[in-house]
Design a protein around this ligand. Sequence first.
Ligand code: ADP
Length: 482
Amino acid sequence: MRFTYPRSFLSLLLLGFTIVAAPLLVALLSNALSFERLADLSEQAVHQAVKVTQASRSLAGVITSLERSARQYAVAGEATFLEAYRANRVNFLGITRKLVDMPLSDAERAEVAALARQEEAINQLIVRLGPTPDLTRRLPSEFATLADHGQALVQLGDRGVDEGIEQLREQAVKSRNSVFWLMVALIPTAILLIASFTFLIAKPISQVSDSIRSLGEGQFAKPIRVEGPGDMVRLGAQLDWLRERLVTLEAQKTRFLQHISHELKTPLTALREGSDLLSSGVVGNLNAEQREIARILQENSIELRKLIEGLLNYSAVHAQTSYLDASIVQLREVVRRVVNDRKLAIVAKDLRIELNCEHVTAYCDEEKVRVILDNLLSNAVKYSPERGLVSIKLYKERGDAVFEVLDEGPGIPPHERERIFEAFYRGTDAPIAAIKGSGLGLSIVKEYVQLHHGSIEVLEGPGAHFRVRFPRKKVEAGEEAA
Ligand code: ADP
């Protein structure tokens, strides 16, 4: 299933965090509701229990007064005692009626009914017997039964309170358990959701950054496409537009260089031929000064031709920097070939060459690696003093193949160590500036090294010391070399 991105990054973020927060909100809400229920329940239970026990206890008090007034009436037979008895009875009946209206348990209700019945029986007895010794004798046992029923009601009320409290406790435990399981389910879900959204957010951003990096490395061949919310897709389209512009500019630059080099060659050939004719004396004998001028003309036209060839070479290099023709290459062989090719120049300067090469293979473009080494070696030869020592090292380090080229020449001053890799940059110090060159060699070296996802650095040394490093194994496009 494909995820459909919302229209903007902001809405993606909002959506993500809402989805992450929703289960937590549900949990909080359900918690709040269950606590609310618990609080209501406990309030009700306490309220009822208090009312029932209050009524039962006051009933116990009324029973005592009722008994006292009844017994006084039985003994003395005075009307005031009978009135007091009646007043107490009204009181008793009022309380039992109130109790009947309360939400009682079945046992409590039966007890209240028994109370009412017993009281009614006592009343009948009083009415029937009047103030007689018989009544006096029977009253204590009758009132004892009534008091027992009252006491039983109080006990039932107390038990009701205990049961209510027990119920509350069970409800609290249940609520706590449900919160626990809710959390057990929610926390991993929240983590999972956060991880998924982080991935969805990070993916288009890393695509943009990869595209920018490959543009910077000069890889213009692959079209840029960013998947994600609408604004990120538009950003990708703009980057691709930029890539197309760069491709056009690059092509224009190459065409311009080729054109100019070609146009320069024709008048230059004429100049050279003219100076050759003059030097050879075909058009008449020259005196010493004229011959000197003809020689200068000839030498400079040769130098100019070399420069133009350099330019042509540079534009050719640029035209093919965007791809590698890679295969498994024996690097020691490449070193041997490069040294062999430069033999004449080495012998002419009487240089000593020291090779320290391990057996190293790498997945690389053999021709480009040859150009890298050839440029470094030809510079070392060019800038070395007569009979100097040039050494080349080749070894493996972690996953990389490493070349080092050292010479005993003037070396590279620290302030120039970055700039020498720019196209057309030439050293400004006296001994170097005197030696002819185009300033293109190291810029080509740098481009080829980067194409291999490698690096080149200038190390400290009495002479020049270059170190080139690139991964020996195949590197996927856009992946940084270790
Ligand atoms: P060129 O050698 O044609 O000038 P490069 O691009 O090969 O062009 O080199 C650029 C500059 O780097 C040189 O002008 C020089 O100043 C410096 N350089 C390169 N190699 C060496 C070296 N082996 N010794 C001293 N300086 C060097």
